[in-house]
Design a protein around this ligand. Structure first.
Ligand code: HEM
Length: 123
């Protein structure tokens, strides 16, 4: 594992906080809350495992669920551009609450816009 990885610089405690803050916002967001129908704790745990590897940590998600194929896994859920914007807004707000440097916040947020737009699968 790269010792400079965002996962390492952020730390596990902050990653857990991020997942909590993020879904506290997502599950009440009027644009996207309705999309999340499955067990909320399971969704959070999957995201924690995914972000661990997405941010350069151990391949935690893949070990449990196989290749991420995130776009394919999102296809059953209709995701529009406004949905992606709402998702990113929740992520930005959640990152904003973390007790970390502003530069680390910026670096962290910068990892998401491209991936979020890639999940858009309907007009
Ligand atoms: C663009 C806006 C996005 C929307 C609206 C969205 C919505 C969803 C929905 C509805 C689910 C299924 C929840 C359920 O099981 O009930 C899901 C799963 C998931 N999403 Fe997203 N998502 C978005 C972007 C992203 C991005 C950018 C990432 C990663 C950086 C991500 C990571 C995940 C993961 C890890 C899961 C669990 C996949 C699994 O079932 O194993 N999502 N998302």
């Amino acid at each position: 594992m790269d010792i400079d990885a965002l996962y390492v610089r952020l730390g596990e405690e902050n990653l857990n906080l991020l997942v909590k803050y993020f879904y506290d916002l997502v599950f009440v967001n009027e644009q996207i809350a309705h999309l999340f129908k499955n067990d909320k704790e399971e969704i959070k745990e999957k995201q924690r495992l995914f972000l661990t590897q997405f941010l350069g940590g151990p391949q935690a998600y893949s070990q449990k669920f196989g290749h991420p194929q995130m776009r394919a896994r999102h296809l059953p859920h209709p995701i529009s551009k406004p949905d992606a914007m709402a998702w990113l807004h929740c992520m930005s707000q959640a990152i904003g609450k973390l007790p970390i440097d502003e530069t680390l916040k910026d670096e962290l947020f910068a990892r998401f816009p491209q991936t979020a737009m890639f999940m858009v699968n309907e007009e």
